[in-house]
Design a protein around this ligand. Structure first.
Ligand SMILES: O=P(O)(O)OC[C@@H](O)[C@H]1O[C@@H](OP(=O)(O)O)[C@@H](O)[C@@H](O)[C@@H]1O
Ligand SMILES: [Mg+2]
Ligand SMILES: [Zn+2]
Length: 176
């Protein structure tokens, strides 16, 4: 199974240090939408693992989060693709959950859903916590320069991390 797992904010849509609190604030990275559709059409299953501490912080509710993900699905479907399982961590940094990245709980949930091993599966993120979550379960850590990627790049990366400009470059690499 060709499985690719993506972080959301900063990879699929533009991120904000003020959180993405409304559907109107959820602005897709256009080339990322096209990349997801291209990967899907090429037989890849594209899943999403996203920290959403804004829920625990009371910045937005689950209905708002779901509306963002419905919009994502619509945009990809308009280009003939589909988005797979989207898993989010609703907890805050001090809640001690098992799903908030850098913990790998969401990645493990995705692997269980699809009945596959995570070993070598590419997990694409813009933050160090994404890379560390990948390493915790033997995924291939992949950093994009979009979102917080340049900030993440300003510090040493885990050995073996792959770096791409954006998700479109990753799709070009995987589909050849
Ligand atoms: O990149 P993903 O995992 O899809 O989502 C990140 C968001 O949940 C938010 O995560 C927050 O981190 P804290 O949760 O406050 O540490 C901040 O980095 C926000 O800027 C960001 O929008
Ligand atoms: Mg992110
Ligand atoms: Zn959690």
């Amino acid at each position: 199974m060709k499985l690719l797992i993506l972080d959301r904010d900063g990879v699929i849509n533009h991120d904000s240090d003020a959180y993405i609190k409304t559907l109107d604030e959820w602005l897709p990275i256009d080339s990322s939408i096209a990349a997801i559709a291209r990967l899907s059409r090429a037989g890849w299953t594209v899943a999403v693992a996203t920290n959403q501490s804004g829920l625990a912080r009371g910045y937005y509710d689950l209905a708002t989060l779901d509306s963002m993900h419905a919009r994502l699905r619509e945009l990809v479907a308009e280009q003939g693709g589909e988005v797979g399982l989207i898993v989010h961590c609703p907890h805050g940094p001090n809640d001690g959950c098992d799903c908030r990245k850098p913990k790998p709980g969401m990645l493990q949930q995705i692997a269980t859903h699809y009945g596959v091993s995570l070993s070598g599966v590419w997990f694409v993120g813009d933050s160090r916590s994404d890379l560390d979550a990948a390493l915790a379960v033997d995924c291939q850590p992949v950093l994009v320069r979009t979102g917080k990627g340049e900030r993440t790049l300003s510090m040493p990366l885990p050995a073996g991390t792959l770096v791409f400009d954006d998700l479109a470059a990753i799709a070009a690499q995987l589909i050849h």
